[in-house]
Design a protein. Sequence first.
Length: 215
Amino acid sequence: MPENLAPSLVLSGAVLLAYLMGSIPFGLLIARTQGIDIREHGSKNIGATNVWRVLGKKWGLLTFACDAGKGILAVAAAHRLAAGVPAEQAALAGVLAALGCILGHSFPVWLGFKGGKGVATSLGVLLGLMPLASLAVLLLWAAVFGISRYVSLASIAAAIALPPVTAFLLKTGHLQGWVHFHFACVAAALVAWRHRENIRRLAAGTENRFGRKKE
């Protein structure tokens, strides 16, 4: 294989593998072990929040852990694949794999491209790519959720904060490679877009607070 083709093949392989890993619908699979098609209950979303609301804390946390875990593994696999290519290409492989995993979760080919909103998976890829950034946005998420009890608002706030947090880490030398900032902008936009219906309900005052039964 010509040497100059190796980075391109590594990038393509990393993205494809990450997409397939991201598209594993853990929420759907976990709910089915309890005899439920999660797409027919609650918000009909396959994500951890809906699983928690429908099946309870234990299954919601398991779904969250699995969705985050596939994000961590997707980035780790990309870095492993890119071990023999230049550093810039290796960093790009990690970033593209992270995006591929989020897209796989949000638009899984197995479910007609109708997946979750990507919050847990985004946290997972962040842990693999930028641990300090993931800690900062996780703390913000927890603070907003603790005050408001809105999962959606906390997720949107964390997404909006990701680009400036990433830029700060890059400027202060705690992170290398501005490709991470570009990833942060795309990932934040994707999470916000996936929450567009929640944004409308928040503006209208009809969004459901976590822990409160829908009327």
